[in-house]
Design a protein around this ligand. Structure first.
Ligand SMILES: [Zn+2]
Length: 546
């Protein structure tokens, strides 16, 4: 039986120029190497498989190479060769996970007093340093306070927050980032070409996604696929092997979610679970995809372009129609992220998974704020929804005086079939109401238009006039106003008049104040715990609450 060297080992970067991603780490280290002002302690943090140990070894080579400190170690001197083989007596690699005790650190502290055998420095690489015990950290701290000049520490950790501040403050901290899918894919492409591995771009894309930011994981998955695929292996089988949904099914699921089609969504989801796709993977992928959709919508950048680089065929058609608002995508992403957390704790992950998908489908039923406000203004309106057609504006039926009319929400009032309900506290509605009254002289109408209107309670409307002199003239029109109101709105109200306050007197409420004081608005505030930030009139102009 022949063994093949793993791709990750074979393709481990030997020089800084081979490094993929980690530009900021690369820049800072090469800067220090060029300036020859090397810190004595480094902390490398980042997820697993993103290159922390690789960079630690590169740094060791750069320091101890016969040409060092250099940004381009020769790779030929005994030091470079020994470090590459892992046999340099001057470079100690310690696994923090299995050497956690204070005794381990004590023996390390005794060792550091020896001078380097051949290199410039004795370099201690401690992996998973956060696993050390508190006592071990304390012992280490004493060493870090006054390290001998020939010693360099490189700590690596996946959980920097678990490393005590006292240690962190004595280290130069380098944060390693996860690689992007395109970065991993490009690197895989390069390596597969050199290895004469014939994988399609689809397969490479899948591997890059499954690796979750780690090039090492991507390469070890490639190893596994290579072993499987001698007799040729279908893309779907590779997806399933990786615990991922086949791309077309994932797109269909996303499309059904965006369209809010529950039966379709559940059918696809059940299918995916039946073929053995892990719901956790699925949800995580849906989150990532939805994040891309949201970003693409916000940035107005097509998904096929950078930074997304989606394949055209993996874009859900429902997204292309542009029917989904940014707010919807935000809400969908929130539900998915909460769902990931929920799924972790769930005793029945597949049921929880279906439940989360249903919640997303129901998002389309959630009324927008303007719809809620509109039905508050017109409590008799009944909202009906159209199944499966969320992109169409929903229709609202309202019965007025026994006559059934349909009006489209969102259409400005002047385009609505008359008579539409008015809120005469709103100046434009008040003017409209006055315009419709027959037999009102133009100068009388102007006088009435200048009044501030307040609906004190459902049965009373108070008209504020600016001077006592006008009040009697306004009062003359009250019978006409009451009669017109009854005819138009099918409701009888009492009109009162009041003189607008002189300075120091009672303040006349502005339309914005009236909206703020409206009992329905107050009720809505109590229910939703909301506050009124601004009030707009029907033409969209702002009315400032005083
Ligand atoms: Zn060398």
């Amino acid at each position: 039986m022949s063994t093949v060297m793993s791709l990750a080992r074979k393709w481990r970067p030997q020089t800084f120029s081979d490094l993929v991603g980690q530009e900021s780490v690369f820049k800072a280290i090469t800067f220090a190497l060029k300036a020859k002002t090397l810190p004595q302690a480094y902390l490398f943090s980042g997820d697993r498989g993103v290159g922390k140990t690789t960079v630690a070894r590169l740094l060791a080579k750069s320091i101890n190479c016969k040409d060092g400190p250099t940004t381009a170690p020769c790779l030929e001197c005994s030091s470079c060769i020994e470090i590459a083989k892992g046999s340099s007596p001057d470079v100690m690699e310690i696994d923090g996970a299995s050497n956690t005790s204070v005794d381990d650190v004590r023996s390390l502290r005794e060792g550091i007093h020896f001078l380097p055998f051949s290199g410039r420095a004795r370099i201690y690489i401690i992996d998973e340093v956060h696993m050390l015990s508190t006592a071990a950290f304390n012992a280490l701290l004493k060493t870090l306070e006054e390290p001998p000049s020939h010693v360099i520490f490189i700590f690596a950790t996946t959980e920097a927050h678990k490393v005590p501040d006292t240690i962190q403050s004595r280290c130069q901290h380098f944060r390693f980032r996860n690689l992007t899918v395109p970065e991993i894919k490009n690197q895989l492409q390069k390596i597969c070409m050199a290895e004469a591995l014939d994988f399609t771009p689809d397969v490479l894309n899948l591997l890059a996604q499954a690796a979750e930011g780690s090039l090492r994981d991507a390469l070890s998955l490639t190893d596994q696929i290579r072993a499987l695929s001698h007799g040729g292996i279908a893309l779907e089988d590779i997806s399933l092997f990786l615990g991922m949904a086949p791309a077309n099914l994932e797109r269909d699921l996303l499309d059904a979610l965006l369209s809010g089609k529950i039966p379709e969504t559940l059918r696809i989801a059940e299918n995916l679970l039946a073929i053995g796709v892990d719901p956790r993977n699925l949800l995580k992928n849906l989150s990532k995809r939805t994040r891309d959709l949201l970003m693409s919508a916000v940035l107005a950048t097509p998904l096929t372009e950078k930074p997304f680089e989606w394949m055209q065929e993996s874009i859900p058609p429902a997204f292309l129609t542009g029917s989904r608002t940014e707010i919807f995508l935000e809400q969908m992403l929130t539900l998915l992220l909460r769902g990931e957390e929920e799924l972790r704790r769930s005793p029945q992950p597949s049921i929880t998974f279906l439940l989360i998908l249903c919640r997303i489908c129901h998002l389309k039923d959630a009324e927008t704020l303007s719809q809620v406000l509109s039905s508050l203004r017109n409590p008799r309106a009944v909202s009906t929804k159209q199944e499966g057609a969320p992109q169409k504006p929903s229709l609202r039926q309202s019965e007025t005086a026994g006559q059934k009319t349909e009006e489209t929400i969102g259409t400005p009032p002047e385009h609505k079939p008359a008579p539409s309900r008015l809120d005469i506290r709103i100046p434009s509605d008040w003017k409209k109401f006055l315009r419709e009254i027959k037999g009102l002289e133009p100068h009388d109408r102007e006088l009435l238009e200048d009044c501030q209107v307040q609906r004190t309670d459902p049965q009373t409307i108070t008209l504020f006039v600016s001077k006592a002199f006008f009040e009697s003239r306004v009062r003359e029109h009250i019978p006409l106003l009451s009669q017109s109101f009854l005819q138009r709105e099918g409701q009888s109200v009492t009109f009162l008049t009041k003189v607008q306050s002189a300075p120091g007197g009672q303040k006349v409420p502005t339309p914005a104040d009236q909206v703020k004081d409206h009992h329905l608005v107050k009720e809505a505030q109590t229910i939703f715990g909301a506050e009124v930030i601004s009030v707009k009139n029907q033409s969209g102009q702002k009315e400032n609450p005083s």
